[in-house]
Design a protein around this ligand. Sequence first.
Ligand code: HEM
Length: 306
Amino acid sequence: MASPQPGILALGTASHAYLELDLTSSVDPASAVARVASLREPRTTIGGVNLVAGFRPELWATVAPDASPPGLHGFKDPIVGPTGYTLPATQHDVVIWLTGASYDVVFDLTRDVVAALEDVADLGHEVVGWPYHHDRDLTGFIDGTENPTLVEATEVALIPPGSPGEAGSILLLQQWEHDVAAWEGLEVASQEAVIGRQKADSTELDPKPKASHVARTDQEVFGRIFRRNIAYGSLTSHGTIFVGFSASQGILARMLDSMVGRIGGTPDDLTRFTRPLSGGYYFIPAADRLAAIGADDRTGARTGDR
Ligand code: HEM
């Protein structure tokens, strides 16, 4: 049976880097995918770093059509709601998510990865994430309350056995920047109405306000996803890296439509206080398939041997 890339489910790491890369114009897609696949999760003297690799769905489908879920597509066009609120499309060809116990080892690995890919892909976007007070978002709210357990996450996030792309996952990656002044200008009760949960302990409001974030992404309505969101940024600019995995792109896409108001008429209240700067969909193939492709890449550089 195929197995997933383990980093998807490896919770608890304190340091994250997300690299999005674009293939150089002259490179053959199969060679580029093989080079990415040849990157290995390293063992360092300090601790392991998980490496999760994914591809723009159309790129992966060109190279491994038998292992591609049908109909999967990149974030091709911006999503615009009825009020003009826009989710930008900033799709790249490759995503590499590195996560480890501390940023020094993650940093070393990001450099190794970019160097190993330098003749096939250029770095298009990078962002570094770190957990905020264990499980809180920078809004101050607990993020992940309604996440599936790790056992359930396998079913929620992974393409089921027997389907094309089995043990793979669909990732939606977005960087959201918070409007800190506007958010912190709200009383806690108003912030709670925006999220639909209490700030202290994440108890859901009953009833939850119709335009609240948890109402607009209600998994009983849209289906379930597995989130690995993390905080990013510095004093002057910070927010949420939304890292959502699902076995179905439609679930993620409908949640986005709901957040901008293309479903339900009005936007998610949360969109008054945060806006996405980036947006891409990636297919994260099963570990075995990736390893088989990587084994064919004779020129691939090994990372993590410093
Ligand atoms: C700045 C961006 C975002 C922030 C700060 C944020 C924060 C939160 C918080 C605090 C919760 C409540 C606790 C929990 O159940 O985790 C939540 C729930 C949720 N969020 Fe977000 N979120 C963001 C973007 C998104 C996006 C883009 C999606 C989907 C594409 C999404 C999907 C969900 C789902 C599915 C839930 C659980 C809903 C339920 O109760 O069933 N979120 N989010």
